[in-house]
Ligand binder design. Structure first.
Ligand SMILES: Nc1ncnc2c1ncn2[C@@H]1O[C@H](COP(=O)(O)OP(=O)(O)OP(=O)(O)O)[C@@H](O)[C@H]1O
Length: 288
């Protein structure tokens, strides 16, 4: 079963077009949404949250069509924005009092537990909180109404490495209840290496892939070889290439064809998610 289904999402802004993006977020797992700056990650997340109205496409969240639902599906979502959506001059406690009534299952005890766990002083004004504290506060609020779906836009941005790791562990715990689902966007593929089960990759408003992390990693290869091997046909068959003075390194998909062509004249490696993102985003244009 899927927690989220996106079909044919299309949205135009001035210089940007999101074209026919379709993917699913399976229930009970962590799905990471990756892509370079401006790829459209926030646009997708805002469309799921009903904050961006697409020109085309259908979005179903927890079985409800978001365009016909009056927003009740949001009761079950813990949403963490990448923007500051709080009143700066209020304390964290005062802001919580404004937000809590919107959620029928808001749990004060859980809120206190997370505030203590994250070492957040309730009386501190939001304007005096660091970026990381604001993110922790957003996470505390989101978890306190026991959502079955957590949607987070860049939750690890601005966090120190220690809390980043703690947060990822917390997410892994949250998913232990197989009814819960997480979708989070990030630039940091190392976040995904640690916790993601599925990966959705957007580039320039288009879907590159949406699949299980293991399938993704297995379906690509990195090839390394001498410069003399790099003719036009090889260039065309690779998704991205990086050239140096003596050789090249490229990302491709059909390993067998490349193997038949070069045998043991080249070296094959399994790419990391970061390399897949880097070569796909840059294409074959750059050289090192
Ligand atoms: N309200 C808007 N009006 C005009 N253009 C917009 C608007 N919102 C987003 N865009 C543009 O749409 C594109 C995609 O933006 P989006 O924020 O979805 O990307 P992103 O992948 O989340 O990027 P980042 O990783 O930098 O946060 C960008 O070029 C952005 O400038």
């Amino acid at each position: 079963m899927n927690a989220i289904e996106i079909n044919g999402l299309t949205k135009h802004y001035g210089g940007f077009t999101m074209t026919d993006v379709s993917f699913e977020v399976p229930k009970g797992y962590i799905t990471g949404l990756i892509g370079p700056n401006g790829a459209g990650k926030s646009t997708v997340i805002k469309a799921i949250m009903g904050m961006v109205i697409p020109e085309k496409g259908k979005i179903t969240v927890l079985g409800q069509d978001t365009s016909s639902d009056q927003g009740t599906y949001k009761q079950d979502i813990g949403y963490i924005s990448d923007e500051n959506i709080y009143y700066d001059y209020l304390s964290m406690e005062q802001m919580k009092r404004i937000i809590a009534p919107f959620y029928s299952r808001f749990d004060e005890e859980a809120f206190d537990k997370y505030m203590n766990l994250f070492e957040l002083p309730k009386r501190k004004k939001i304007k005096d909180c660091s970026k990381g504290m604001k993110m922790k506060y957003a996470i505390a609020l989101a978890l306190s109404h026991h959502p079955s779906l957590l949607i987070m836009d860049e939750p690890t941005a601005g966090l120190d490495p220690v809390f980043r790791r703690e947060l990822l562990d917390l997410l892994a715990d949250y998913i232990l209840d197989e009814q819960n689902t997480i979708l989070f966007s990030t630039h940091l593929t190392t976040d995904l290496d640690r916790v993601a089960d599925y990966v959705t990759f957007l580039n320039r408003g288009r879907l590159v892939f949406a699949d299980s992390k293991d399938e993704v990693l297995e379906s690509y290869y990195i090839v390394k070889g001498g410069k003399d091997l790099l003719d036009n046909d090889v260039r065309k068959s690779l998704i991205g290439i990086r050239e140096s003075g003596v050789g090249f390194e490229g990302l491709g998909k059909d390993r067998q064809a490349m193997q038949e062509l070069f045998g043991n004249k080249v070296l094959f490696e399994q790419p990391s998610l970061e390399e897949i993102m880097y070569f796909t985003a840059k294409g074959g244009k750059q050289s090192a």
